[in-house]
Design a protein around this ligand. Sequence first.
Ligand code: F6P
Length: 363
Amino acid sequence: MAVKRIGILTSGGDCAGLNAVIRAVYAHARGHFGWEVVGIHNGTAGLLTTPPEATTLDDRVLGSDMLRQGGTILGTTNKGDPFAFPMDDGKKVDRSAEVIAGYRALGLDALIGIGGDGSIAILQRLARQGGINLVTVPKTIDNDIGATEVSIGFETAVQTATDALDHLQPTAASHSRVMVLEVMGRDAGHIALSAGIAGGADIILIPEIAYRFSAIEAHLAALRDRGRNFALVIVAEAVKTEDGQAITAVHGGGGQAVQTYGGIGHYVGAEIARRSGAETRVTVLGHVQRGGTPEPKDRLLGSAFGVHAVDLIAAGRFDRMVAWSERAVIDVPIDAAIARYQAVDPQGALVRTARGLGISFGD
Ligand code: F6P
């Protein structure tokens, strides 16, 4: 197959490092192979309009500002599943044929899709249905895609959460308070675990390890007995109440109400205050973890993944996801990539590290 023109889109929640991928794809596809690169706007939603919302990328994408820029210049969406597309009347409609027609209208030879496991699964289904030559790149601050050791956006999110603990510690110590920091991560506790260790948390609560307030209280009491006048607690958003209830928030607007995790930090803070009498304050970090300037690791990963994705297309190797493994970029079949969800391993190296440091998981 003679490739002349490829498409690229970002899908799902944004994160830091997406623009580094776009830049690398353009640099390699245009500079090395001479292909045209078409940026599709707002994920697959950009293929639903007539004509499709897309721009042929040019050398402006090569600027180093792309490496520094958070978000995605192409735009994205995390609620536009074309197989169950939410219509204004509340019904869900299969619009996959329209998306495929939009792709065809752009005259593309292959597509690079940058997304999390949900987006990658949708793109694979579209590719199979529409005969699209697809290569995917993993991104998510949640770092829960099993086939890659790290996905784009995770390192920057961990840096942001670590910075937050750096900022909370002095004020916690000044006021003799227990500071609770709630971080994102969807169903996995990777951000809380990594930032908790790096930022010197005393207690890390993650969905993979069940906690009891009695154990949290005991740990706080032991800290006090050793002369500590403050404590730092980091909580992953998917942690449930002690009796197993998920705490979620509903967000309106945007044509569709969306439910996400959110609020467990306030529950934990209130319970600690009620049970131990400690003065607590709660910080919910939210989307600050998604935006911001990409850390060097996300710029490197984005650049390496982008170049490798283009090489896969040049080699005619499709239905694959690029991944990071043992200090190298590799690629795996998409089926294998999305088959394994990567939660925190309660017996893994980082949990053992935290326990070795005397950090409590509340268990
Ligand atoms: O998957 C990324 C993520 O940031 C999760 O950590 C979080 O639960 C969710 O997306 C938030 O989604 P939204 O951007 O729709 O609020």
